[in-house]
Design a protein around this ligand. Structure first.
Ligand code: SAH
Length: 232
C-alpha cells in the first residue's frame, strides 16, 4: 500500500528535500511513498495572491487567512479523504514515536505548514486540524517540522529499512533510550569495546544492553521511566 503525504505549504520547493535521499528516497522511487505538495498561494484569489493579513487585535507579524487556507485544504484533500489532517505547530501535542507508528499505520497524512505568526484559529476548528509539535522551540515555518514528521513515519513503513529488525529496539520504541553501540576497531585511542560484547554470550549481551538502556534513561530522561509501564 502506498503511503501518501500531501503537504500544504508556501514553499513547495522545500519538498521532498532530504526525503529524496537514502532509504526514504528509494521508497519514493519504488512508489511506496508519495510526497506531494500543494501551494497554498494557489488558493488565493486577489491580484497579489496574498495569503496573510495583520492580526486582529494588533501586534507583530502576519497571520495566514482562514478562508485561503480552508480553500487550499479543500482543494488538496476532499472531505471524503480519510487521511488525518495535521497542522505543524509549536502549540501542538509533542510528537512521540507511538503517534508516529499510528500515523504510519494509516494510508497517509495531510500536513499544513504554518508561516508568519501562525494560522487563523477558525480554520483549525473548521477543518479539524490536529496540531503537532516537534519540540519546545520555535521554527520560522512548518516545513522543517513536516520533513521531520515524514522522516520518522517513512522509516517505520514496511520494507523501507533494510533490516526490519532494526528499529524495534531503538530509543523510545521500548520506552527506554537505546544502549550504546560499538564497532571495530577493538581499540580506539586506548578505549576497548566492553568485553561482554565480544564474549559471544547472547543472553549476557542482552542483559548488559538492557542495563545500559536503563542507566542512560535514568540519567538523561527520568520522565520516560515515570511515563512508562514496562517492567524494569
Ligand atoms: N507565533 C507562533 C509561532 C509561529 S512559528 C507561536 O508563538 O506559537 C511559524 C510556523 O512554524 C508555525 O505556524 C508552525 O507551522 C511552524 N512551527 C514553529 N515551531 C514549530 C514546532 N516546534 N513544531 C512544529 N511546527 C512549528
Amino acid at each position: 500500500m502506498t503511503f501518501r503525504a500531501t503537504v500544504l505549504t508556501l514553499y513547495p520547493e522545500m519538498f521532498p528535500g532530504h526525503l529524496g535521499q537514502s532509504m526514504s528516497g528509494r521508497a519514493i522511487e519504488r512508489g511506496d511513498v508519495v510526497v506531494e505538495t500543494f501551494q497554498i498561494r494557489d488558493a488565493a484569489h486577489d491580484r497579489h495572491r496574498s495569503v496573510d493579513d495583520t492580526p486582529a487585535g494588533g501586534g507583530a507579524g502576519m497571520v495566514l487567512r482562514a478562508d485561503i487556507l480552508a480553500a487550499a485544504i479543500d482543494a488538496a484533500s476532499p472531505a471524503s479523504d480519510p487521511r488525518p489532517r495535521l497542522l505543524m505547530s509549536p502549540r501542538g501535542r509533542p510528537l512521540t514515536q507511538s503517534r508516529v507508528r499510528e500515523l504510519a499505520a494509516g494510508s497517509g497524512v495531510v500536513i499544513v505548514c504554518g508561516r508568519f505568526e501562525g494560522v487563523d484559529e477558525r480554520v483549525i476548528e473548521a477543518r479539524d486540524l490536529e496540531e503537532v509539535s516537534i519540540g519546545d522551540y520555535v521554527l520560522s515555518g512548518g516545513e522543517p517540522a513536516a520533513l521531520v514528521l515524514l522522516d520518522a513515519i517513512i522509516r517505520t513503513l514496511p520494507g523501507v529499512m533494510g533490516n526490519s529488525e532494526s528499529g524495534t529496539h531503538e530509543s523510545f520504541e521500548t520506552g527506554l533510550l537505546e544502549h550504546p553501540h560499538y564497532t571495530r576497531p577493538q581499540d580506539f585511542e586506548g578505549r576497548a569495546i566492553p568485553d561482554v560484547l565480544t564474549s559471544g554470550n547472547h543472553a549476557a549481551i542482552e542483559k548488559w544492553r538492557h542495563a545500559q538502556s536503563l542507566r542512560l534513561t535514568r540519567e538523561r530522561r527520568p520522565d520516560l521511566l515515570a511515563r512508562d509501564q514496562v517492567e524494569k
